[in-house]
Design a protein around this ligand. Structure first.
Ligand SMILES: [Zn+2]
Ligand SMILES: [Zn+2]
Length: 241
């Protein structure tokens, strides 16, 4: 350890960003107790939407929701369930601007993508865009931060302009499931220059109903995208069972 790092440790002892428990080094973000209360996605998963299918033995299974619905993306994957301490971690990243949390989330997402998707064939990484006014009000798009880092880690081209919002949409959280799909229908447009004929990895923070990812994927298909995979940090426990 360099003298500078030793001095930094004395002046600013490394601490868990969630519970402030002392950490051994500045490289850590959360303590073991907090990490243990971030529920990982259990195996086996639905090959389509990526949620755990409890009691399933077939690794090629799809969940009951995916058997009933038609989604425009090929597959979605999330390393965590949106619950417990993981909700706090995402909150720290999105609303308190903790870039170290974003960096860490993106690293874990990249590892999970490499494990559960064939990332070698992917050609471009895009974030789910924010409406420009929301981006200005917030200062940045958290999905774009994650996408940029995932692209860097997986050594894939990052393209922030591949997708754009065509109109303002109401916040999804206030709407019932069906309303969410209606709310974002035709809300996105994709630029064929960046996606035509390509295998695309679309990044967002949380997959809830799948409506936003579906609407983005529909726009990407219209622009000629060949395969569309979705990678989010977490999916809600009730996304589909
Ligand atoms: Zn902690
Ligand atoms: Zn599914």
């Amino acid at each position: 350890m360099s003298p500078f790092n030793r001095l930094a440790d004395v002046l600013y002892p490394p601490a868990c960003l969630r519970c402030h428990e002392r950490l051994r080094s500045h490289r850590g973000v959360f303590c073991v107790t907090c990490l243990m209360s971030m529920p990982r996605t259990g195996q086996p998963i639905c090959q389509r939407c990526g949620v755990t299918i409890p009691g399933a033995f077939d690794a090629a299974a799809t969940c009951s929701s995916c058997r009933r619905r038609t989604l425009a993306f090929d597959a979605a994957r999330s390393p965590w369930v949106y619950a417990g301490a993981l909700r706090d971690a995402l909150h720290l990243f999105k609303y308190r601007d903790h870039w170290r949390v974003g960096h860490w989330l993106a690293g874990e997402m990249s590892v999970y993508a490499a494990e559960t998707l064939s990332v070698e064939g992917l050609e471009v990484v895009l974030p789910v865009p924010l409406h420009w006014l929301k981006r200005v009000l917030r200062g940045y798009n958290p999905a774009a931060e994650l996408a940029r880092r995932v692209a860097e880690t997986l050594q894939l081209p990052y393209q922030p302009h591949g997708l754009r919002r065509r109109r303002w949409t109401a916040t999804q959280t206030a709407l019932p499931w069906r309303g969410r799909f209606r709310n974002v229908r035709d809300a996105f447009a994709a630029d064929p220059r960046y996606v035509n004929g390509r295998r695309v990895l679309l990044i967002d923070d949380v997959l809830t109903s799948g409506a936003t990812a579906h609407a983005c994927a529909a726009a990407l298909r219209d622009a000629g995208a060949r395969d569309i995979f979705v990678l989010t940090a977490a999916h809600t426990p009730t996304a589909s069972t």
